[in-house]
Design a protein around this ligand. Structure first.
Ligand SMILES: [Cu+2]
Length: 170
């Protein structure tokens, strides 16, 4: 819910950002964030949330400031931390990408949390994600990817923690 004000800003800025992203495809001179191997964990019926994972790399320092998808009502970037022996998740307002350094979103670490899911997310499906990055100059870049849905068992141990602890209520 906290994300709503910034989301409406993003939505207003989207057409301009989109055409900028399209232009970037034609011109390798302009910096662009690379999104590699995006995937979403499959859900069981009635499950209201899941995680999306990917590798991000930017030629210049940027922040991931927003993720949206038609598959979920609420999307947040989460960080997992150890609180004693308990794994906890918290929403981060922005995820920093240092220049030329790959940042991996993976089970047990940073992830994109998809909440208020519109329906079951099944293995083999594709989930479109729109990622918005902001540079030091405040310029925004939009990257759209299609994330593959992988079975529940994929990289299971960390995600078992994810669902099993008490630090995250949906
Ligand atoms: Cu989470």
């Amino acid at each position: 819910m906290k994300l709503l004000p910034s989301l409406s800003v993003v939505r207003a800025a989207l057409p301009a950002a989109l055409s900028a992203a399209l232009l970037t495809v034609a011109g390798p001179v302009l910096a662009q964030v690379t999104v590699t191997a995006p995937w979403v964990r499959a859900t069981v019926a009635q499950q209201s949330s899941t995680g999306a994972f990917m590798q991000l790399k930017s030629p210049k320092p940027v922040k991931l400031v927003s993720v949206t998808t038609p598959a979920a009502g609420i999307v947040e970037v989460h960080e997992m931390t150890m609180d004693g022996q308990v794994m906890r998740m918290r929403a981060v307002p922005a995820l920093e990408l240092p220049a030329d350094k790959m940042v991996e979103l993976k089970p047990g670490g940073y992830h994109v949390m998809l909440m208020d899911l519109k329906g079951q997310v099944k293995a083999g499906d594709t989930v479109p994600l729109t990622l918005v990055f902001e540079g030091a100059d405040q310029k925004r870049e939009t990257v759209q990817v299609k994330a593959t849905v992988k079975p529940l068992g994929a990289a299971a141990p960390a995600m078992d923690e994810h669902g099993g602890h008490g630090g995250h209520q949906h």
